[in-house]
Design a protein around this ligand. Structure first.
Ligand code: 3HC
Ligand code: NAI
Length: 703
C-alpha cells in the first residue's frame, strides 16, 4: 500500500502529496503524515518552499467523516493546520478537484493557495449539520472578508476557482497546468521573488473594514433562518464568522472549536451524516452485483403531459436524444411546447444558454405520433394516463415494435408493473421508472423491480439515475411503491386529525414547523384536489369496511369546484393567482358541518400531537414496506422521503427519526392510538419484533 502522504524534493521545492483514495479525506494517518512531511521539509536545507497537493481526482475533500463520533485520535486537524501556518518556509497548497471542509481549512493554513481552473473550494460542513472545525470560520473571513465567508459557511456552496480568486481565497489560478505544475510555478516565483510567508491570521485589512459594518452583517440572520427551516448549523456558522470580527484570533479558533464539538454531538448532525452516507449507499443493490447496464443512446418517451415533458427534459439535459410520442398532432404540439417553455424559463433564470437550447431542440429532441418510430430506441419510458388498460395496450404494441434488448419502462404512480409486464413476451425487459414532478428537477427516481425484471435492466435503471443526476432507489411492486404508499398514510392521518378537531391550517403549520416546506393540505391544493377525489371514488367499492373514511370534507370542497391552486380555491384560497394560500372560513364551516353530521365532538390537538400521529403513521407503514421486501433497507425509505417528499434532511428521514426518537416510544404511540382505531393504527409486526429484541433500523441498514 502506498503511503497516505508522500514527501519528495524537486530541485529546491519540497513536494508533499496526499494519497488517500478516493477523496484524500484527512484520516488519522493523513494528518500524521502531513506533520511528518512538514518536519522533513523544514529539516531539508535544500527545500526553500513547500507545495502540498492531492493525488488522484481531487485535493483533500475534508475530514474523514467516518471518524466522527469515534474517540478523537491525535494529531488533531487544527494542530496540523497551525503547524503548516507556523512554518518558516513558504507553503503553497495546489488545489484541483474539490478542496472541501477540512481540506480547504488545511489550505487556509498554508501561506498561498493556487488552483487549476476546474477546481472548486467550499466549506460544506453545514450540510452535515456542522460548521468548519479547523479554522474555516476564522481564516476565511480574514482572507475574503466576512460577506463571502458567511456565504460559504452558511450555504456550503462549492465556489469555482476564478470566483475564489476574486474573493481573495486563492492567490492564483492556472488554466493549463496540472496541479503539480501550478504549485511548482508559484513556489518558484515565491523563491525567486523572496516572497514572505503570509499567514492568514496576519491579514487584517478586511477584518478592519468588516468591523465597521457588523450590524449590517448581522442582518443576514433573518434570511439564513428562513432558508434553514429549523436547521441550526447555518446560524451557528454565521455566529462563528461574526465572532471572528470581535475576538482575537486564538480565541476565535477556540470559540469555533467549541461550537463545532457541540454540533457534532447533536441529533441534527447525526441525521445529516446518515443522509450523506445513505445517499451513497442507496445505489448499492444486489442486482448490480450480477447485472450490467445496457447502453442507452436513444430514448422514447410516450406521453408529453406533465410527466412525459419533464422526463424528456431530464434526459435531454443529460444530453440523451429523446423521441416524444403523443396521441395526435395537437397533443404533440402541446408536449413540445412544455419542453420549450421550460427551456426558455431556464434561459431567463440564467440556467440555460440559448445555444444549448437550440442544440437540444434541433439535435436531441424529436416528436412523433407513431409508436413505430420507437423501433430503434434503447429505452422507452411510458408516461400516459394512469389507466391499466391504456398502459397494457401500449406495452403490447411496444412488444411488437421495439428492438430486442430495449428496456420498457412505465412511470406509473401506483399500477402493478407485473401486470403490465405480462402483456409482453419479454417481461424481463420491463421495469418501473417512477419519476417525480417536476421530473427535470426532482432528484428521486424509484426504480421498481418487478418479479421478472432482469438484473441488467435494473442496473440500467441505476445507471440512468446516475447519468441524469438523480437518486435511484430500488422499490418492489405494490400499490404506490415506497413513496406514494407512505404518502397515502400520512395524508389520511391529516384528514383524520381535521375530522377530529384540528384545522387543516393547524396541521399544515405543525408540519411546516417540523421542517417541511409545506403541509399536506397546501401540497394537495398544489397537486390538485381532483386527483385524490377521483382516486377515492374509484376505490370506494373496494374499500375495507373497517377502514375509517375521513375525506368527506375534502369531497365537499371538491363538489364546489374548488380543486386547489389551479381553480384559485381549494382548502385555501388564492386571491389573484397568489401561490401562497390564505385560510378560508367557508372550508372551516364545511368541516364543522361534517363533524356535526358524523357526531364527532371536536377536540384540540397541539402541534406536538399532530406530529406524533403524522410520523407514527409514516413510520408504521414504512416498517410494513420493509417487512414485505418492497424497500431493501431502512435507508432506502429515508432516501425516498428526503429526495422525493421533502422530509427535512436534518431529521435524517422517518427511519432515522424513529431511531433517534426510540422505537419503543414510536410503538407506545401506535398502541395508544390503536385504542381508538385498531384497523389503522395496528403496529407493524416487525416494529414490535425490533423493540422486543432491542434493535434499531440502523442495525438493519448494516445488515
Ligand atoms: N470522509 C469519508 N468518506 C468520504 C468523504 C469524507 N469526507 N467524502 C467522500 N467520502 C467517500 C464516500 O462515502 C464514497 O464512499 P463509497 O465509495 O464507499 O460509497 C467515496 O468517498 C466517494 O465519494 P462520492 O461518491 O461522493 O464521490 P464524488 O466524486 O461523487 O464526490 C465529493 C466527491 C464532492 C468529495 C463528495 O464525496 C463530498 O461532497 N464529500 C464530502 C465532503 C465534505 O463534506 N467535507 C467536509 C467534511 S467535514 C470536515 O471537514 C470537518 C472539518 O471542518 C473539521
Ligand atoms: P398528463 O395527463 O399530464 O399526461 C398524459 C399524457 O399522455 C397526455 O398528454 C396524453 O395525451 C398522453 N397519452 C395518453 N394516451 C396516450 C397514448 N396512447 N399514446 C401517446 N400518448 C398518450 O398525466 P401525467 O401527470 O403526466 O401522468 C402520466 C403518468 O405519470 C401517469 O401514469 C401518472 O400516474 C404518472 N405520474 C404522475 C405524476 C404527477 O405528479 N403528475 C408523478 C409521477 C408519476
Amino acid at each position: 500500500m502506498s503511503m497516505p502522504v508522500a514527501y519528495e524534493r524537486q530541485d529546491d521545492i519540497a513536494v508533499v502529496t496526499v494519497n488517500n483514495p478516493p477523496v484524500n479525506a484527512l484520516s488519522q494517518t493523513v494528518r500524521q503524515g502531513l506533520l511528518d512531511a512538514l518536519a522533513l521539509a523544514m529539516a531539508d536545507d535544500k527545500a526553500k518552499a513547500v507545495v502540498v497537493l492531492g493525488a488522484g481526482r481531487t485535493f483533500i475533500a475534508g475530514a474523514d467523516i467516518r471518524e466522527f463520533g469515534k474517540p478523537p485520535m491525535a494529531p488533531r486537524l487544527s494542530e496540523v493546520v497551525s503547524a503548516y501556518e507556523d512554518a518558516p518556509k513558504p507553503v503553497i497548497a495546489a488545489l484541483h478537484g474539490t478542496a472541501l471542509g477540512g481540506g480547504l481549512e488545511f489550505a487556509l493554513g498554508c501561506h498561498y493557495r493556487v488552483a487549476v481552473t476546474s477546481a472548486k473550494a467550499g466549506l460544506p460542513e453545514v450540510h452535515l449539520g456542522l460548521i468548519p472545525g479547523a479554522g474555516g470560520t476564522v481564516r476565511t473571513p480574514l482572507l475574503t472578508g466576512a460577506a463571502a465567508a458567511i456565504d460559504m459557511v452558511t450555504t456550503g456552496r462549492q465556489v469555482p476557482a476564478h470566483e475564489a480568486q476574486q474573493t481573495g481565497l486563492l492567490d492564483a489560478v492556472y488554466d493549463t497546468y496540472t496541479p503539480l505544475e501550478a504549485g511548482l510555478q508559484f513556489a518558484r516565483k515565491a523563491i525567486d521573488e523572496n516572497m514572505p510567508v503570509r499567514r492568514a491570521r496576519d491579514v487584517q485589512d478586511k477584518l478592519e473594514a468588516d468591523r465597521a459594518k457588523i450590524a449590517e452583517l448581522r442582518e443576514s440572520r433573518a434570511a439564513i433562518e428562513k432558508t434553514a427551516r429549523g436547521q441550526t448549523s447555518p446560524l451557528v456558522g454565521l455566529d462563528a464568522v461574526l465572532a471572528t470580527l470581535e475576538m482575537p484570533f486564538e480565541e476565535a479558533l477556540k470559540n469555533e472549536r467549541t461550537l463545532f464539538e457541540d454540533l457534532l454531538k447533536s441529533d441534527q448532525s447525526k441525521a445529516l451524516i446518515h443522509a450523506f452516507f445513505s445517499e451513497r449507499q442507496v445505489g448499492k443493490v444486489p442486482e448490480l452485483e450480477t447485472g450490467k447496464p445496457r447502453d442507452i443512446a436513444k430514448i422514447g418517451v410516450i406521453g408529453g403531459g406533465t410527466m412525459g415533458s419533464g422526463i424528456s427534459l431530464a434526459m435531454l439535459n443529460a444530453g440523451i436524444p429523446v423521441t416524444m410520442v403523443e396521441r395526435d398532432d395537437d397533443a404533440l404540439t402541446a408536449g413540445r411546447g412544455r419542453v420549450e417553455e421550460t427551456l426558455q424559463g431556464g434561459i431567463k433564470r440564467g440556467k440555460m444558454t440559448e445555444e444549448k437550447m437550440q442544440h437540444i431542440l434541433s439535435d436531441l429532441f424529436s416528436g412523433s405520433t407513431d409508436l413505430a418510430d420507437l423501433a430503434d430506441a434503447d429505452l422507452v419510458i411510458e408516461a400516459v394516463f394512469e389507466d391499466m388498460d391504456v398502459k397494457k395496450d401500449i406495452f403490447a404494441r411496444l412488444d411488437k415494435i421495439c428492438k430486442p434488448g430495449a428496456v420498457l419502462a412505465s412511470n406509473t404512480s401506483y399500477l402493478d408493473i407485473n401486470e403490465i409486464a405480462a402483456v409482453t413476451s419479454r417481461p424481463e425487459d420491463v421495469i418501473g421508472l417512477h419519476f417525480f414532478s417536476p421530473a427535470n428537477i426532482m432528484r428521486l427516481l424509484e426504480i421498481v423491480v418487478a418479479d421478472k425484471t432482469s438484473p441488467d435492466v435494473t442496473a440500467t435503471g441505476f445507471a440512468l439515475a446516475k447519468r441524469t443526476g438523480k437518486i435511484g432507489v430500488r422499490a418492489g411492486v405494490c400499490d404506490g411503491f415506497v413513496g406514494n404508499r407512505i404518502l397515502g398514510r400520512y395524508l389520511k392521518v391529516a384528514q383524520m386529525l381535521v375530522e377530529d378537531g384540528a384545522s387543516p391550517y393547524d396541521v399544515d403549520a405543525a408540519v411546516v414547523e417540523f421542517g417541511y416546506p409545506m403541509g399536506p393540505f397546501a401540497m394537495s391544493d398544489m397537486a390538485g384536489l381532483d386527483i385524490g377525489w377521483a382516486t377515492r371514488k374509484r376505490k370506494a367499492t373496494s374499500r375495507d369496511p373497517r377502514e375509517r373514511y375521513s375525506a368527506d370534507f375534502i369531497d365537499r370542497v371538491c363538489e364546489l369546484g374548488r380543486f386547489g391552486q389551479k381553480t384559485g380555491r381549494g382548502i385555501y384560497i388564492y386571491p389573484d393567482g397568489a401561490r401562497r394560500g390564505t385560510p378560508d372560513d367557508e372550508v372551516l364551516a364545511i368541516i364543522d358541518k361534517v363533524r356535526k353530521e358524523k357526531g364527532i365532538t371536536a377536540r384540540g390537538f397541539s402541534h406536538e400531537e399532530i406530529i406524533e400521529r403524522y410520523l407514527a403513521a409514516m413510520i408504521n407503514e414504512a416498517v410494513k414496506i420493509l417487512d414485505e421486501g418492497i424497500a431493501l433497507r431502512p435507508l432506502d425509505i429515508d432516501m425516498v422521503q428526503l429526495a422525493g417528499y421533502a422530509f427535512p434532511r436534518w431529521r435524517g428521514g422517518p427511519m432515522k427519526y424513529a431511531d433517534m426518537t426510540g422505537l419503543d416510544t414510536v410503538l407506545a404511540s401506535l398502541k395508544k392510538f390503536q385504542e381508538d382505531d385498531d384497523y389503522f393504527w395496528k403496529p407493524a409486526e416487525l416494529l414490535v419484533k425490533l423493540v422486543e429484541t432491542g434493535q434499531s433500523f440502523d442495525s438493519l441498514n448494516k445488515g
